[in-house]
Structure formats: C-alpha cells, structure tokens
Design a protein around this ligand. Structure first.
Ligand code: PEP
Ligand code: MN
Length: 367
C-alpha cells in the first residue's frame, strides 16, 4: 500500500505518475445480477459498468450470474449506484477485500466446473488424469493410454516439453510428443493434458492439448500464465516448489483476469525439511482452496511422493478430503522410464489403485 499515491493530485508529479502507471492499484467489485434476467438486460448493465471505468468479467453459475468488475482505484466511481440505477436487474454490489479477486469464493460462491471436451471437472465425478511423466514413443504412449482408459481415467497426461533440473537429462520430444498425444486422443477418446514450458510454444501446445499444464517451476512465471490464459484453453496451475497458498491463488488470478475462467489448481507437494519423500504433499490445501476459491482442486501424488509405493494411499486421502481430480504418473515399465521412474505406477498398479478408490469415492459422495 505504501506504493499507492495518496491522492489523484499527488499522482500528477512525474515520478508519482510513473509509479502509478507501473503499479496501477486495482479495485474489484462484485455485482450480483438478479436471477433470470435476459441477455439484453445483462448487456446494458455491462455497458454501464464499462462506462463507469471498470472491466467486467461475467461468471455464470447455475442459479445466477455474477460480474467481477475491475477498475483503477484512483479513478473509479462508485459502482454502488448500479442497484439504484437497475433495481430490476442488479441484486447487490460489494467490494472484494481479499488480494485475490476473481478466483475467490466471494466472487463466485458456487463451485466452478471446467469443461474439457465432453467432461466437466469440478463436478460430482472425480476425474483421473493419468499417463507417463514424459511422452517417449508411440508404443509407450498408446499402451499406457489404452490401459488408463480401460481402468477409468478420462484424461491422458504426458510431457512433451520437460522442465528437467539438469540440462543433460531428457528434455522431451517437443512437437513430436504433442503429435503422439493427439494420436492417442484420437485412438482412445481420452482428453489430453500437457505442460507448456515457454511462451515461445504457446500456440503450438494449445493447438494439440485440451488442458495446458503450468508446472511448479513456472507457477509464478506471470507472462507465461497470461499467454496460457489468452489461448482460452483450461489451465492447470501447479503449486510452486515453495509457494504460499496466497501466492498460488494470486498466480491463478493472472488466468482469470485475462478473460479465462477455466482454471484448475493442482497441489503437487512443496519443499520442506523432509527428505523421505521427494516433496511434502500438502493435502491440507484441499479444504483451504475449497474455502477460498471456486476453482477445482487437483492432486498430483506422483510428484508429491516421488515414490510409486505411496501414490495409492495419497490418492485415497485426496479423494476423502474433497479433491476434484487426480493427476497420476503411469508407465508400462517404470524402471526404464526416461524421467521420474521411481514415482510412476505400472499399468497393473494403476488398475488396482482405481479399483481401490471406488469405495472412497462413494464414501465421499462423489462418482
Ligand atoms: C510433471 O507433471 O511431470 C511435472 C514436471 O510436474 P511439476 O511441475 O509439478 O514438477
Ligand atoms: Mn514427472
């Protein structure tokens, strides 16, 4: 807050003006529209919001429509006049107090569900995204895709651009890997998720995938998040290696504030003092994200544990705690995998896990 000029006048001094331009403090208001109003009425409210200097983002729930309006804190007028101006159309107007706005539950009280091909993630059905850490070959990918589909997965995962700690390790097949994912989708009907590593590849990756994965190492690469958001494709945002929950929510805000409401948060373990596991899978984020945000939460126990023998138990815990989807690494021969061999479950291990999950899914009131 100390960066904010104290008054609009103070902002006319050159240095303060530059500061204001760089910082541009924003204010966000939530406008709840009355149920059942027509498209035409909605347009007239939106056009008034624009006239008042705000950028409106419409969020459509089952019961009602809510508009998040973002304006410049220095020049905004009070949107509270909207209720008087449109008494038949606008139910209420209120400011959002949290630093994250559009991802917050305040902005959108109902759960959001994200459309991915014929699926809806964040609905009653628990979705399982499964597949190898890296796409290695046609045979490896297709064998895995067929097996995970048979066991009940709806989305095929596989990295074509890999963020490896060492530059000497396998970096991914690139576009060839994306083509194999598209082929596997065609043969199995599974939707596809793959990681976008660089802004340079945004159009290419978006052309092949159904969900864009932003990896833990890029979770605060804001320009990459904006580029991913602008494709309009659903974005799965992993939690960074040492990212606080508020920072993660704010990173998600970069997606929603760039006209893309299709955001999934994905917990994949954080770095702690513990070295028994590769990371510490923070299942406590599930009820926290559910409380703070309307966006679905996905759990990735594979990067979380770093060991295949812990994956099934972590999946069960995640479902019991309210996760909407799981992201699981599966490989036909983990010992020979080109990346993350220790944490990938076998095809048989995956089928067994999916079977064991059934009773937990039912107990959690999910499908
Ligand atoms: C992955 O999913 O294979 C991966 C690299 O994940 P993360 O970004 O969470 O490390
Ligand atoms: Mn991996």
């Amino acid at each position: 807050d100390f960066l904010k000029p104290k008054s609009p006048q103070a902002a006319t001094a050159p240095a303060a003006f530059l500061l204001r331009d760089a910082v541009k403090p924003k204010t966000t208001m939530i406008i709840v529209l009355k149920p059942g109003i027509s498209k035409r009425d909605e347009r007239s409210v939106l056009s008034e919001i624009r006239k008042l200097g705000y950028k409106p983002h419409v969020m459509r729930g089952v019961a009602r429509r809510v508009v998040g309006a973002i304006g410049d804190e220095l020049t905004h007028s009070n949107l509270e006049t909207l209720t008087a101006q449109f008494p038949k159309l606008v139910e209420s107007v209120m400011p959002i107090q949290k630093r994250y706005k559009l991802v917050s539950r305040e902005a959108h009280p109902a759960n959001s569900s994200i459309r991915v091909r014929e699926h809806s993630i964040g609905s009653k059905k628990i979705h399982v995204m499964a597949g190898p850490c890296s796409v290695e070959s046609e045979k490896q990918l297709l064998t895995t895709a067929e097996a995970v589909k048979k066991a009940g997965a709806t989305v095929l995962r596989g990295g074509a651009f890999k963020p490896r700690t060492s530059p000497y390790e396998f970096q991914g097949l690139g576009e060839k890997g994306l083509k194999l994912l598209a082929k596997a989708r065609q043969e199995t009907g599974l939707a596809v998720i793959t990681e976008l590593l660089s802004e340079q590849h945004v159009e290419m990756v978006a052309a092949y995938t159904d969900i864009i994965q932003i990896g833990a190492r890029n979770a605060q690469n804001f320009q990459l998040l904006i580029a991913a958001a602008k494709t309009g494709k659903p974005v799965l945002l992993k939690r960074g290696l040492s990212m606080k929950i508020e920072e993660w929510l704010l990173a998600g805000e970069y997606v929603l504030s760039n006209e893309n409401p299709n955001l999934l948060f994905c917990e994949r373990g954080i770095r702690t003092f513990e070295t028994y596991t590769r990371n510490t899978l923070d299942l406590g984020t599930i009820p926290i994200i559910k409380r703070e945000s309307h966006c679905p939460i996905v759990i990735d126990p594979s990067q979380g544990a770093g060991r295949a023998d812990l994956v099934a138990a972590m999946c069960k815990g995640a479902v019991a705690m309210g996760a909407d989807a799981l992201l699981i690494e599966v490989h036909p021969n983990p010992a020979e995998a080109w990346s993350d061999g220790a944490q990938q479950v076998t095809l048989e291990g995956f089928a067994k896990l999916m079977n064991e999950l059934k009773s937990i899914i039912a107990a959690a009131g999910r499908e």
